[in-house]
Design a binder for this molecule. Structure first.
Ligand SMILES: Nc1ncnc2c1ncn2[C@@H]1O[C@H](COP(=O)(O)OP(=O)(O)OP(=O)(O)O)[C@@H](O)[C@H]1O
Length: 359
C-alpha cells in the first residue's frame, strides 16, 4: 500500500501544495518551521482522521482561512482509494472515502495502516497513563474495529455513570436500579477491554523486546508490563466495592480507564533511570514493534512517517533505521529533516528509489 498523490489546502501553515510521491522514500527538507512536520501530519490525518500533534480540528485550519482540505490517493491491493478529510470552522469534520462520507469516523481507522515516529513520542514516557493507554488502544484499533467500538462505548457509558454520580450528590439522592444499568454495561465492556489488552500485550511485548535488542545490539534488558486493577478483581466487583468512594468523589475511580503500562529498563522505571539514548531506543523500538504488529495482522506494510528522526536520534539509531530501509523490510516512508545533504546521503545509502522535496 502506498500514497500516490497528496494535495493540501489551508492545512496549518500550508496554503496550497500538491505532491506525486515515490512508492518507497519521500523526504521533505527545509528550515525549521517551513511545514515539513505539517505535511507528515496531514498524511497522519488521512489515516486517523485527526492530527497526531494537535487533536483540536479547528486549530489545524490555517489561521487566515475558514477551512482545510487534505486529499490523498492511495494504492491499496492494486485498487485506487481516494481519502478526503475536510473541516470548516464551526462545522463538523468530514471524512470521505471514494466520495462517500463516513457516518462513523471509527469505521475508517485501520484502513490506511500508518505508524509515526516523532520527537513528540517522548510523551509516552514522561506523561501520564492516558498517553500510554492511547498508544495501545491505537495499535489494537488499527487492526480490530470491534475493539475500537467497544472502547468508544465504554467512554460513553463511563461519562454517563459519572454524570449520574454527580446528579446523586447534587440532589442528595440515590437510585440503585439506574446505577445498576450502567454498572452492568461498564463491567461487560471493561472486562472485554481488559482481556483484549492482556492478549495484545502478550503478543506485542516479545516483538518489542526483539526490536529493542536489534537497535541496541542486546545492550540491556527492557520490559513492558500491563498494570490494571482488573488483575485483582473483576470489573463488576471493583465497581461494587468502590461505590461509597465513587459517590464521594462523584466519578468512577476504578476500571480499565485507569490502566497503565510500566516501561522498565533493567527492572527500573525508564522514565527515572533510562538515559536519554536508552529512552529514544525504547520509543523507536515501540514504534517499530507497532509497525511489525500491524503488518502481521493487516498483511500490508504500514506507511511510516519519520519526523525529524535524523536530528533527534544519534548515528547508531539512524543507521539502524536506514539498514531497515535498505533491506526492504519497510514499505513507503516519509521523512522530514532540516539538512538536505544529510538526508540525501542517508537515503542514497539505502539503495532504494527516493524523491526529495525542498521546501
Ligand atoms: N493553524 C495554523 N495556521 C498557520 N500556521 C500554523 C498553524 N498551525 C501551525 N502552524 C505553523 O506551522 C509551522 C510549523 O510547521 P512544522 O512543524 O511543520 O515545521 P517543520 O518544518 O517541521 O519545522 P521543524 O524543522 O522545526 O520541526 C509553525 O510556524 C506554526 O506556527
Amino acid at each position: 500500500m502506498f500514497l500516490k498523490h497528496l494535495s493540501l489546502l489551508n492545512y496549518k501553515n500550508l496554503d496550497s501544495a500538491t505532491f506525486d510521491f515515490d512508492t518507497k522514500i519521500n523526504c521533505f527538507v527545509g528550515h525549521n518551521g517551513v511545514g515539513k512536520t505539517n505535511i507528515l501530519d496531514s498524511i497522519y490525518h488521512l489515516a486517523f482522521g485527526k492530527s497526531y500533534f494537535n487533536p483540536i480540528t479547528s486549530q489545524n485550519i490555517n489561521h487566515d482561512a475558514e477551512f482545510f482540505v487534505v486529499e490523498g490517493t492511495f494504492e491499496k491491493q492494486e485498487k485506487e482509494e481516494r481519502v478526503i478529510v475536510s473541516a470548516k470552522r464551526g462545522q463538523k469534520k468530514v471524512i470521505k472515502r471514494n466520495n462517500k462520507a463516513y457516518e462513523k469516523f471509527s469505521d475508517h481507522i485501520g484502513f490506511i495502516p500508518t505508524v509515526i515516529i516523532s520527537p513528540a513520542d517522548r510523551d509516552l514516557i514522561i506523561e501520564g497513563s492516558s498517553t500510554r493507554r492511547k498508544f495501545i488502544d491505537g495499535v489494537i484499533s488499527q487492526s480490530d474495529n470491534i475493539y475500537l467500538n467497544k472502547l468508544l462505548q465504554y467512554g460513553k457509558i463511563l461519562s454517563q455513570r459519572n454524570s449520574l454520580l454527580k446528579y446523586f450528590a447534587a440532589n442528595h439522592s440515590f437510585d440503585r436500579d439506574t446505577l445498576e444499568v450502567y454498572n452492568l454495561q461498564l463491567s461487560e465492556l471493561g472486562q472485554y477491554i481488559f482481556e483484549k489488552r492482556k492478549n495484545f500485550l502478550s503478543e506485542f511485548i516479545p516483538i518489542f523486546n526483539k526490536r529493542y535488542a536489534d537497535i541496541t545490539q542486546n545492550k540491556e534488558q527492557v520490559d513492558i508490563s500491563y498494570k490494571s486493577q482488573l488483575f485483582e478483581s473483576s470489573m463488576a466487583s471493583l465497581l461494587e466495592e468502590q461505590l461509597q468512594k465513587d459517590m464521594a468523589l462523584q466519578y468512577t475511580s476504578v476500571g480499565t480507564h485507569k490502566d497503565d503500562l510500566n516501561f522498565e529498563i533493567e527492572g527500573h522505571p525508564i522514565k527515572k533511570f533510562g538515559s536519554q539514548g536508552q529512552q529514544k531506543s525504547f520509543l523507536v523500538a515501540l514504534k517499530l514493534a507497532q509497525f511489525d504488529f500491524i503488518k502481521q495482522i493487516s498483511k500490508v506494510n504500514p506507511i511510516l512517517l519519520l519526523d525529524d528522526v535524523f536530528d533527534k536520534l544519534d548515528e547508531q539509531r539512524v543507521a539502524h533505521i536506514v539498514a531497515l530501509v535498505a533491506t526492504n523490510q519497510l514499505g513507503q516512508i516519509f521523512i522530514s529533516d532540516t539538512h538536505a545533504d544529510r538526508t540525501e546521503a542517508v537515503v542514497k545509502n539505502s539503495d532504494q528509489p527516493y524523491k526529495i522535496y525542498k521546501l
